[in-house]
Design a protein around this ligand. Structure first.
Ligand code: ADP
Ligand code: ZN
Ligand code: ZN
Length: 886
């Protein structure tokens, strides 16, 4: 990769044993890749290396994260390469000094290789990749922000053709005396504000009208916010020609811009008291002697606060002991980490023949190779992972385990903790910044450990990696759609395993077709291992397909078929447990008028609003699942005033309500993103269910991912149809995977399970294959279609996503780019086409799909050129190997 003419891949990072102390008077210099902020005067900051001097006494090595000055700000960046002497074209006095080292030796060269590979393959700037890899807060960045001045707060703004903004300050400007008195008396303004306003009124120009439309809009947006303060980037995304408008507003003194300095995460320190020496002199007081005795009994080391408490003494007593060298009081870093509940340890299970075979094959691998562990649901894949990891830890190595979603981590993490205790740590985005930072530092120590995490944990900086595992490798949450880099954790894992020279194990009951094709090619570095049976030869649950058309014909209007109703009754009688799977969260998919057909839509996005029932008596809410806009449910149709507004579809809430109505004795727990929003909610709900506090778990997608609940005997799929009819080429694959996975939750314990799938499409090939647990027939048929149309895994795709506030400009830009691309050979252009939801959060979205054979890679377009066709108001994301083309 070339940056400013420097080929980064040839740079030596972190040469061991090199010292950077100079022997001359001139301080040595170092090149830094810093995170340049967007600058109001210069536009978007580019990616470039800058030279800094290393002050005497500060050790800076390539691979360190450093803090450097840039204009009036401080930035962090990665030290890349030292220079023996300053560049000739730069006068020495112009070169500024590195301020500090934030984190030493962050990047070993293998890690650096990985960053570069991601950057190249996903066409993302290196700094962007580094930002994704590091925990938030490590690469601090000053942020350019815009705020109203007092004068700006008082200016009247017109939005949408002369709707006058009604703010207290503004009213004041127009009727100063009357309103000032009134506001003051109403306690709505305090004396300080009163003085400010009086000062303002003395401006001759206090009644200003801003006529420029964009400037007006910016003022309006700022005035709507309590602090009158937004980031520059936010405003740029809200207003089309933000930049000249901001300039004008600044010139007129209505707004000001300022830099918010980066907030650096600090290690958390705690005072620790350590006992030194074991004999106590006679010159000690009884009190002092007592304290030392307590400290000795408690193992010679205690937290300062804890010792004070348990010896009921004051810190002056401890200080005196420290002065006499009996104890040492020091600050020590404590690592913040997510701690699970106490878990009883367990021992390795004796493996089945298939498991032993798989384990032996994995352990026979020396260095890099990929393994596909294709095991049906409940075949004991996790036990294989555990036993593959155990000997590695003994050898001082670490393991990385990636899982699709947080929903299933508590259970999986518990199984790992039961086996490996505190050697296990979790890393995912729901951790606090402090916890993420500390978990990261814990990894850097190089202690043998197991890290379990979601997508971004593929960048966990474990130095002695012995094994990488991707559980449920087919899951699409391993792919990042936005922001860049649009990486797939499985692809990055392949590179990482190769670079670190360790095995990569991909586990799934329903492998992605990419992996399936890859592993049936029979190459030396790929091993296909299968676990075709459940543990203890338990059968896979029989799957019954119910035709909902026939239910209707038979006069059953309920969302539950007669078969499912019977099963639910039986569940109640036998006090067993079950799972109901629904494709959508919320109450129902949309609200529409039965008289005129009007559908309530989000004002910012082209999608219908979903009805949310919070609790009885609470206002009924309609919510947009894309931008989170919410409004109350109207009494009458906004279009024809008819009172017949009806909910359609069947989200989790609707199903739950229907359950309460038809089966009042059945207790259920809702398990979807509405009910699991709070930290720890997954664990709480699953524990309640495991304790038998409910008969049913009612939920969405989350239920499909790896839950191992042995007491579940019934799985019901309320409507499979929503899954079958998604409009992209992966719809069938996704539907097959989801249905197979959810069915696999049944009958994992001693009691046999059963599955009921309700659908209006009983003949669909996906339904057929799911019914017979037949992965092979399904994948063969699906691959044939993919090959015919040259879709992945045969052809490759790159999706260009364009979005803008301006519907015309984004469409034109998409057309211009598509035309420019169309003149080149070697790839096929599909589109430009509007995204299936054209507008989200007021931004209009268009896309261009590029399809090509993997061998045509060298012919791909020059992305810099493509970007140059894109005006500032249109944003472009290059999504490499996209999974969601909607
Ligand atoms: P998978 O991940 O393939 O769906 P799990 O690893 O969750 O399967 O195993 C299913 C169940 O079988 C778990 O409850 C697990 O504890 C149990 N199990 C796994 N291996 C064995 C074994 N060798 N002997 C007994 N029970 C096992
Ligand atoms: Zn109507
Ligand atoms: Zn919306």
């Amino acid at each position: 990769m070339y940056i400013d003419g420097v080929n980064l891949s040839h740079l030596v990072v972190n040469e061991p044993g090199m010292s950077y102390q100079s022997h001359t008077d001139i301080n040595p210099c170092i090149e830094v890749l810093a995170d340049y902020p967007i600058n109001l005067t210069e536009g978007e900051g580019g990616e470039k290396l800058s030279v800094y001097r290393i002050p005497t006494g500060l050790e800076v090595q390539p691979g360190d994260i450093v803090c450097v000055p840039f204009m009036s700000q401080k930035l962090s960046g990665v030290a890349i390469r030292r220079l023996a002497k300053p560049p000739d074209d730069l006068p020495l006095e112009k070169i500024r000094y590195v301020e500090d080292v934030i984190q030493k030796k962050l990047f070993r060269d293998t890690y650096w290789n990985l960053m570069e590979r991601v950057s190249q393959y996903y066409y993302a700037p290196l700094i962007q990749v580094i930002r994704t890899a590091l925990p938030p807060g490590l690469l601090g960045k000053s942020q350019r922000r815009i705020r109203l001045t007092v004068k700006g707060a008082a200016v009247s703004t017109t939005v949408n053709n002369n709707v006058w903004l009604d703010s207290p300050l503004m009213r004041t400007v127009y009727h100063p005396y009357y309103h000032l008195v009134k506001l003051y008396l109403l306690n709505e303004i305090d004396k300080n504000n009163l003085i400010k306003i009086l000062a303002l009124l003395s401006f001759k120009s206090s009644v200003i009208k801003v006529t420029n439309k964009d400037a007006n809009k910016i003022l309006y947006i700022l005035q709507q916010q309590a602090e009158g303060d937004y980031s520059f980037r936010y405003l740029q995304n809200q207003v089309q020609k933000a930049y000249p408008a901001l300039r004008e507003l600044m010139r007129r003194g209505l707004i000001e811009s300022y830099l918010e300095t980066p907030r650096q995460i600090q290690p958390k320190l705690e005072k620790v008291v350590t006992l030194v020496g074991s004999t106590f002199d006679t010159n000690l007081t009884n009190r002092q002697r007592e304290v030392l005795e307590i400290l000795r009994r408690r193992g010679g080391e205690l937290l300062h606060s804890e010792l004070l408490q348990s010896s009921n003494t004051s810190s002056s007593v401890l200080k005196a002991l420290a002065n006499k060298d009996y104890i040492i009081i020091e600050e020590r870093e404590v690592l913040r980490a997510e701690t699970g509940p106490e878990i009883r340890g367990d021992r390795a299970k004796s493996l089945t023949a298939d498991q032993s075979h798989a384990l032996a094959r994995i352990q026979a691998i020396d260095g890099y190779a990929q393994v596909l562990l294709h095991g049906v649901t409940g075949s004991g894949k996790t036990e294989v992972y555990l036993q593959a990891i155990a000997p590695l830890l003994q050898k001082g190595k670490s393991a990385l385990v990636l899982v699709p979603e947080i929903g299933l981590t508590p259970q999986l993490t518990d199984r790992f903790r039961a086996r490996f205790g505190n050697k296990v740590s979790v890393y995912h985005s729901a951790l606090s910044d402090g916890e993420r930072y500390d978990t990261w530092r814990q990894m850097l120590t190089g202690e043998p450990q197991v890290v379990i995490g979601t997508r971004s944990a593929i960048f966990a900086p474990l130095p002695n990696l012995g094994l990488i595992i991707l559980d449920e490798e087919h899951d699409s949450s391993f792919k990042q759609d936005t922001p860049i880099p649009t990486y797939h954790a499985r692809t990055v894992a392949q590179w990482r395993a190769e670079i670190e020279n360790c095995p990569l194990v991909l586990g799934s009951a329903t492998p992605s077709l990419e992996s399936w094709v890859n592993f049936t090619k029979d190459e030396i570095s790929t091993h296909y291992l299968s676990l075709p049976e459940r543990i203890n030869s338990r059968p896979l649950p029989p799957i019954e397909i119910v035709d909902m058309r026939q239910e209707l014909q038979a006069g059953n209007r309920s969302i539950f078929s007669r078969s499912l109703q019977a099963a639910l009754n039986e569940l109640q009688e036998k006090q067993q447990q079950g799972i109901l799977f629904i494709h959508r969260r919320g109450h129902s998919t949309f609200v529409s008028c039965r008289s005129c057909g009007y559908v309530l839509e989000c004002p910012h996005c082209d999608v219908s609003l979903a009805y949310h029932h919070t609790e009885d008596g609470a206002p009924q809410l309609l919510r947009c699942h894309y931008c989170n806009y919410a409004r109350s449910h109207p009494q009458l149709c906004p279009d024809c005033a008819s009172p017949y507004l009806k909910f359609f579809g069947s989200g989790t809430q609707r199903v739950a309500q229907e359950l309460s109505r038809q089966f009042p004795q059945l207790k259920y727990i809702r398990f979807d993103s509405d009910t699991t929003r709070n930290k720890g909610a997954h664990r709480t709900l699953l524990t309640q269910f495991a304790n038998g506090e409910a008969h049913l778990l009612v939920g969405t997608q989350m239920l499909t991912k790896g839950l191992d609940l042995p007491q579940v005997t019934l799985v019901g799929v309320v409507a499979a149809d929503g899954l079958l009819h998604l409009s992209d080429y992966r719809a069938s694959e996704r539907a097959f995977q989801t249905l197979t996975q959810v069915a696999g939750r049944a009958g994992r314990g001693d009691d046999p399970g059963r599955v009921i799938i309700q659908t209006y499409n009983t003949e669909h090939e996906v339904i057929e294959s799911v019914k017979h647990h037949d992965y092979h027939t399904f994948s063969a048929a699906e691959l044939e279609q993919r090959q015919a149309l040259n879709y992945p895994p045969y052809g490759r795709l790159i999706l260009l996503r364009l979005s803008s506030l301006d519907p015309i400009q984004v469409q034109n830009t998409a057309q211009i780019i598509a035309t420019a691309l169309g003149t080149e050979d070697g790839f096929e252009i599909l589109g430009p086409a509007p995204a299936s939801i054209l507008r989200v959060a007021n931004r209009y979205r268009w896309q261009i799909l590029i399809k090509f054979a993997p061998d045509d890679l060298p012919n791909l377009p020059d992305w810099e050129q493509v970007r140059s066709l894109c005006p500032a108001a249109v944003s472009l994301t290059i999504d490499v190997d996209p999974l969601n083309i909607m």
